[in-house]
Design a protein around this ligand. Structure first.
Ligand SMILES: N[C@@H](CCC(=O)N[C@@H](CS)C(=O)NCC(=O)O)C(=O)O
Length: 209
């Protein structure tokens, strides 16, 4: 399979970490978002939404959206499962994956895309231009801080977000936390449980994928 990705971006990193955990190999095709390659005619044919990641199967099917790609890879190679092993664990993995997306990654995108100079006129991903709204950046940064505290609370009595097993939810949260740190929006410091978890998930070889 071929994975359209960009080293610096959190969404394709979620798929790279997922694939690394399963030992799935792929051909990486780097789409340089800073250079605007997501808007090229050739990439628009791959993904009309002009975002990464996208996965192209050997049969020429293109799958977009992190969750769809990860679900596909899980079907292809169920072991080791990254969606939990029991009904409750599976529910918790999806539950926390959704919380991380809605309260973490989207808040972080709001903070980042509405403040960074290079994204003027591109506050929302995709081919249509949208103006930045500085108040959204401020609100997004506040929400990121609130959600880090929420993660800390959850991890106080759970080894991983879904329980005692590493899942997709941890991958989403790792990519969220590292993105927040790199963008200078927030940091796990001061949240002892979150730091403990972050050290553990960052030490897995997949974290460097
Ligand atoms: N909902 C999409 C989000 C993908 C997304 O937002 N990707 C970002 C990188 S993290 C992107 O490609 N941005 C292109 C741009 O900034 O123009 C998914 O889950 O795959």
């Amino acid at each position: 399979v071929k994975l359209y990705t960009y080293m610096m971006a959190p969404s394709p990193r979620r798929v790279r970490v997922f694939a690394a955990e399963k030992g799935i190999e792929y051909e990486a095709v780097e789409i340089n978002l800073r250079a605007g390659e997501q808007f090229s005619d050739s990439y628009e044919l791959v993904n009309p939404d002009c975002v990464v990641p996208a996965l192209e199967t050997d049969d020429g099917e293109v799958i977009t959206e992190v969750n769809a790609i990860c679900a596909y890879l899980e079907e292809l190679q169920p072991e080791p499962t990254l969606y939990g092993a029991t009904p409750v664990e599976r529910a918790r993995a999806l539950e926390w994956n959704a919380k991380v997306e809605q309260q973490g990654l989207l808040a972080m995108a709001e903070a980042f895309r509405n403040s960074v100079g290079g994204l003027k006129g591109r506050a929302v991903t995709g081919p249509v231009g949208y103006d930045q709204i500085p108040a959204l950046a401020e609100r997004g940064a506040k929400r990121v801080g609130v959600f880090l505290a929420r993660l800390d609370e959850r991890l106080a009595d759970h080894e991983f977000l879904a329980g005692e097993r590493y899942t997709v939810a941890d991958i989403a949260a790792l990519c969220f936390v590292d993105f927040a740190v790199r963008a200078g929006v927030a940091s796990p410091e001061g949240h002892a449980h979150l730091v403990r978890w972050h050290d553990a998930v960052s030490a897995r070889p997949s974290a460097g994928a």
